[in-house]
Design a protein around this ligand. Structure first.
Ligand SMILES: Nc1ncnc2c1ncn2[C@@H]1O[C@H](COP(=O)(O)OP(=O)(O)OP(=O)(O)O)[C@@H](O)[C@H]1O
Length: 244
């Protein structure tokens, strides 16, 4: 579970998140929606402390992952392992399909060959890629299609067994079929990881998200079960956004 309390963020002097308070439940998919530039990505990156990789980023307030305030930890890398992030553009590390999956486990010190082999098989099965790639495990990952690569990117994160999966418009460059496969995968993964997804696709939020947060100008305007938020928005700013 992710708990955010009175979280505020700046890039240099520009305030981009204002007093954000929200809970993201375990076994839920939460969608973050809102106009371009409202702070969705910054909020997502604040959860796993990647926002601070921008030199001028400053934050105040608290974000807890399963009871631990991540901003009190000295080791941001440990937070990033617990909360992996999938970006809009599928990323293939310049390695084979198999080594893409093993990148994280190797980085964290797994050396046992049998254990590494098991990670490859179980992870690729989990992301629905095993049948498609089992004969090309040693081929460059760059040879996969965009949709396959995005599932591989999710697999690369799952291979280190995170508690949270953060996705920033993961389907925006994918076709309908690949989008459907990713959505199905996320719904299956919800049992095991807390999922937060930034999406511009309201239908996608409707299909997969248990709860949805509508943000505008760095603030949470409305936060509710997805069906209620999309069909009966209470706030005028949400109503205007959804009317478009
Ligand atoms: N590195 C940065 N330095 C300065 N300002 C930034 C930086 N990154 C983002 N911003 C600004 O912070 C605000 C929030 O940006 P953010 O990317 O979080 O919004 P978003 O809702 O995810 O937008 P989009 O839907 O277009 O991806 C915007 O005004 C943006 O211009």
């Amino acid at each position: 579970m992710i708990k955010i309390k009175e979280f505020t963020a700046f890039y240099a002097k520009k305030q981009v998140l204002h007093n954000i308070t929200a809970n993201f439940n375990r076994k839920d998919i939460t969608a973050l929606i809102g106009p371009s530039g409202c702070g969705k990505t910054t909020l997502l990156k604040s959860i796993n402390r990647t926002a601070e990789l921008q030199q001028d980023f400053r934050a105040a307030g608290s974000i807890w992952l399963d009871g631990q305030d991540v901003y009190q930890l000295n080791d941001p890398a440990a937070v990033r392992r617990q909360a992996g992030m999938v970006l809009q553009k599928p990323i293939a590390l310049p390695l084979s399909v198999k080594e893409n999956i093993l990148f994280g486990p190797r980085y964290y010190g797994v050396r046992d060959k049998a254990e590494l082999d098991t990670v490859v098989t179980t992870t690729l099965t989990k992301v629905g890629l095993w049948n498609e790639v089992k004969d090309k495990l040693n081929s460059p990952a760059s040879e996969l299609s965009g949709g396959q690569l995005q599932r591989l990117s999710i697999g690369r994160i799952l291979a280190v067994d995170p508690r949270v999966l953060l996705l920033d418009e993961p389907c925006s460059s994918l076709d309908i079929k690949s989008t459907q496969l990713i959505e199905k995968l996320l719904v299956e993964l919800r049992e095991h990881v807390t999922i937060v997804i930034v999406t511009h696709n309201l239908m996608q939020a409707k299909r997969i998200a248990d709860q949805t947060i509508f943000m505008s100008a760095g603030r949470i305007i409305e936060y509710n079960a997805t069906a209620l938020l999309l069909e009966q928005p209470q706030n005028q700013i949400t109503q205007e956004f959804l009317a478009f």
